[in-house]
Design a protein around this ligand. Structure first.
Ligand SMILES: Cc1ncc(COP(=O)(O)O)c(C=O)c1O
Length: 373
């Protein structure tokens, strides 16, 4: 019988789903990884118009429409003064496909990929799928990734290290100084830095910085997406930007695996990127108010929690049995070890849910914490 490929046998379905399945129907879900806002209407409208006038019927160029790639290039110039040629961008099926392209194009079997632990679940899985070996590294106490830890973990076998800011599951935002260090490490050690910036606009304190802005070589590639910024997770539209030689390699994977990103989604993304930014600003303001509410509630419950500066997650330290107790009382949270071994003793709470639900959940959490202490 044909056996299953080893690469795939090393990957299991995310632990997050198991938590959802264990929850009752009326549970308050703080496990959600997507904004609870509508996609901006100008983005929806652009897709509708493209469909109605027949512009979305055919394949686009493999890299994506010229106008979308120009919009992405203009965005980097406007927001970070970063010059990215539209030819050096591939529009992908969400940030997820972009991560896949980077790893498939740069990791040989047996090579190592340094990933933050706790970190977004895809880094470990996609490394295995590329035939590589994940090398999880621990975070600082404030849940940011220390460039020194990454530098120490680099060996002759390292192909890639992953930086994710703002981060899932921690909400942590890396400082400019850290990003400069990541760029230096990528340059000096001649290893690729994969910078996952899908939460780039959801920052409450400080600013988002990309290591690409500081690198002197082409050893940084950037992944981002419309998913979180514009509440467009269902549209499946992200991108990867990098040097031309890297993009040409990634295009080989994209061309045969995907052909092109969905055409209607490309038109929606272009409108989202070039249209008014108010919906994003309003969403980020709301997330900041909710973050403060959740931090206060967790603090009142006596839990230690680093203050996250971005995304829409908090990661408190929790006592043994806490996640089960909270789940039994009808609040879904994700145990920290779903994001790596070092996540043990933590839980991820998403506040991409209504303020009323958050308030109710925090009361339940308070009681549950007393019960397990
Ligand atoms: C850190 C991080 N990167 C990438 C992704 C993938 O996003 P997309 O929905 O665009 O594929 C996610 C989704 O949760 C994420 O949290």
């Amino acid at each position: 019988m044909t056996e299953f490929a080893n690469r795939v046998e090393q990957v299991s379905i995310s632990g997050i789903r198991e938590v959802f399945e264990a929850a009752g129907e009326d549970a308050i879900n703080l496990g959600i990884g997507q904004p609870d806002f509508p996609t901006p209407s100008h983005a929806r409208q652009a897709a509708i118009e493209a469909i109605e006038n027949g512009r979305a019927d055919a394949y686009t160029s493999n890299k994506g429409t010229q106008s979308l790639r120009e919009a992405i290039s203009t965005k980097y110039d406007r927001e970070y003064s970063l010059e990215i040629d539209p030819e050096d961008v591939i529009a992908t099926s969400g940030g997820s496909e972009a991560l896949h392209l980077v790893l498939e194009a740069h990791v040989d079997p047996g090579e190592e990929v340094i990933i933050p632990d706790p970190g977004f679940v895809s880094y470990d899985a996609l490394t295995h799928i590329a035939g590589g070996t994940p090398k999880p590294v621990p975070l600082r106490d404030d849940l940011t990734l220390d460039p020194a830890t990454v530098e120490e973990a680099i060996t002759d076998d390292t192909a890639v290290f992953v930086v994710n800011s703002p981060a899932n599951p921690t909400g942590a935002v890396q400082s400019e100084a850290d990003m400069r260090e990541f760029a230096r490490i990528a340059d000096e050690h001649d290893v690729l830095c994969l910078s996952d910036e899908v939460y780039e606009h959801i920052v409450f304190e400080g600013e988002h910085h990309s290591p690409m802005a500081f690198a002197e070589t082409d050893n940084v590639v950037v992944v981002s997406a419309c998913s979180k910024t514009y509440s467009m997770t269902g549209w499946r539209l992200g991108w990867v930007a990098g040097s031309n030689r890297r993009i040409e390699r990634m295009l080989r994977v994209h061309q045969y695996g995907q052909a092109c990103a969905s055409a209607p989604a490309q038109y929606a993304a272009e409108a989202a990127l070039t249209g008014p930014h108010d919906p994003v600003d309003e969403m980020v303001d709301t997330f900041e108010r909710r973050r403060d509410l959740v931090l206060d509630g967790l603090d009142d419950a006596g839990l230690e929690v680093p203050t996250p500066s971005g995304a829409f997650y908090v990661m408190p330290k929790v006592p043994d049995g806490w996640c089960d107790e909270v789940l039994e009382r009808g609040v879904v949270v994700v145990p920290g070890d779903a994001f790596g071994a070092n996540g043990e003793g933590y839980a991820r709470l998403s506040y991409a849910t209504s303020t009323e639900d958050l308030k109710e959940a925090l009361e339940i959490i308070d009681d549950a914490t007393t019960a397990v202490r």
